[in-house]
Ligand binder design. Structure first.
Ligand code: GAF
Length: 498
């Protein structure tokens, strides 16, 4: 639960930096990519979703010129001097944050020193973008605290630049975009050439997504990631030269590998002499086409076909792009032939990390046991499994606090008079109880027809015979969600105006 994470970062903040008054809290998620691998840097379509595994930060200005960073799972404080930010490049932990700070300063932000405590629940090196979640949470904390105006897409771009320039990983935009723009229960179909995107509900019927972690750490900088990028850049040059050889004017050649269709590829393949480059190009162009089909298939609810496309995508990244490795291959193989798993593929940068699997919800334990056992037999490694929940993108989070109020009717029915801190009273009518995320919320509508205020209160069960109590809800995300559920339920009884 998010509230537990806030409690934890607050405790560590107090121990590490002292007084926690005025702390602000931010969160940014990791991501799973459902399909469209290694094509974000080729102008392709990708289909990631944000996870509820995330990085949460508690932050507060410290009156110095230093970013002082601690983490709930690390000892010590890591410092980055805003006036000598490049020296933070050598930090073992904290360099992603410093890279983002540098990008923001270059964009004109007047940053000041900040004390920050991080809690990262995205497993490191698992291919689930812990680094993007750290970049985005740092970006949103710095911009919100120092009165910034960057929107989440600009923050994603700043995060990507930080990773490319400061941390030396030549990644595309997918991970940062998913972390910035994720939406609960939806995946994002993103055109990486234009950054146009659409949210697509991940409706899997009786199935859930299960992530299977190989426990083989994938570290992009040390992997063959940059080598693959260089290979596809060479592939693009060859395709462009091939177009010219076929009579296209030099100014009219395509700018991205993903602008070529599968038919273009078949026609121009004869110009690619190096078989390795030919395989890389084939993966990129066919994967891009596959994403579009997969998204249509998911929208149409054909889950078996969607699962089939996931398997195809895995084999493409395995045999054509060669970005998996023994552990990921063993994990994928272990999930084949199980009638309760209709799709499986590696996800993320590869060379270790996780597979994502579509598993019947009544067979999650069978899946873990069978796949874990087979994987152990092949590799000698223990697998880890997470049932994947799709959450929201980078945001500030607010502590729930008791608001000043006076509920005349303890039972919460009939007319309820609420008064604010100034003693102004208003009459509300209790109309519904909504359950969201395991918590009950009471919805109150104003009695006065000219008043548009809606009150949403969290219902706390009374302990030891005490009456239940009602708390104000400050988290705007929760208020939005509860109100949406209420609107949907009450649409026949009330007229809602925007
Ligand atoms: C990593 C990179 F960071 C992404 O940009 C993307 O290229 C991915 O690998 C492969 O699809 O996560």
């Amino acid at each position: 639960m998010q509230q537990d994470k806030l409690k934890k970062v607050t405790e560590v903040f107090e121990k590490t930096f002292g007084n926690a008054d005025g702390l602000r809290y931010f969160a940014a998620p990791g991501r799973v990519n459902l399909i469209g691998e290694h094509i974000d840097y080729c102008g392709g379509y990708v289909f990631p979703a944000a996870l509820t595994l995330d990085t949460v930060v508690a932050a507060k200005p410290n009156g110095t010129r230093k970013l002082r960073m601690a983490a709930t799972t690390l000892d010590g404080i890591y410092e980055a001097d805003l006036d000598d930010i490049d020296s933070a490049q050598s930090l073992k932990w904290g360099n992603y944050q410093a890279g983002v700070a540098k990008e923001l300063m270059q964009a004109g932000y007047k940053l000041e020193g900040l004390d920050m405590v991080y809690m990262v629940t995205v497993p490191f090196g698992s291919g689930l973008s812990s680094s993007a979640s750290i970049e985005l949470v740092t970006g949103i904390a710095l911009t919100k605290i120092f009165n910034g105006t960057m929107d989440n897409i600009e923050l994603a771009q700043a995060g990507q630049r930080a990773e490319n320039k400061f941390c030396g990983v030549n990644c595309g935009i997918m991970d940062q975009f998913a972390s910035a723009m994720g939406k609960e229960d939806h995946a994002i179909m993103l055109n990486c050439a234009t950054l146009e995107y659409q949210y697509v509900p991940v409706s899997l019927g009786d199935n859930v997504l299960v992530l299977a972690n190989t426990n083989k750490k994938h570290k992009l900088g040390e992997s063959k990631y940059n080598e693959r990028r260089a290979e596809v850049e060479e592939g693009l040059k060859i395709m462009q030269a091939a177009e010219i050889a076929e009579g296209v004017a030099p100014g009219n050649v395509k700018k991205d590998l993903c602008s070529y269709s599968v038919e273009d590829f078949k026609k121009l393949l004869k110009y690619i002499e190096n078989p390795t480059i030919a395989k890389r190009v084939e993966h990129v162009i066919c994967e891009n086409a596959r994403v579009k089909t997969a998204v249509d298939t998911l929208k149409a609810g054909d889950l078996n076909k969607f699962g089939e496309l996931l398997r195809e995508a895995n084999q493409s990244i395995r045999y054509l792009y060669e970005a998996t490795g023994d552990e990921l291959d063993a994990m994928f193989d272990a999930a084949q032939g199980l009638d309760y798993c209709i799709g499986s593929r590696m996800t993320g940068g590869g060379f270790g990390g996780c597979t994502v699997n579509i598993v019947n919800k009544n067979h999650i334990e069978d899946f873990k046991e069978t796949v874990g056992k087979k994987y152990f037999e092949s590799t000698g490694n223990e697998a880890l499994f997470y049932v994947c929940e799709i959450g929201d993108g980078a945001r500030e989070i607010f502590l729930k606090e008791e608001i000043a109020m006076n509920i005349e009717n303890e039972e919460l029915d009939g007319i309820i008079i609420l008064s604010d801190e100034e003693g102004n009273e208003e009459s509300f009518e209790f109309v519904d109880i909504i359950e969201y995320d395991g918590i009950e919320y009471a919805v109150l509508l104003p009695v006065d027809e000219n008043d548009n205020d809606v009150v949403i209160l969290q219902v706390e069960d009374g302990k030891d015979g005490e009456d239940e109590s009602y708390l104000g809800v400050e988290d705007p995300e929760v208020l939005k969600k509860v109100f949406e559920i209420f609107k949907e339920r009450a649409k026949d009884d009330f007229e809602f105006v925007d």
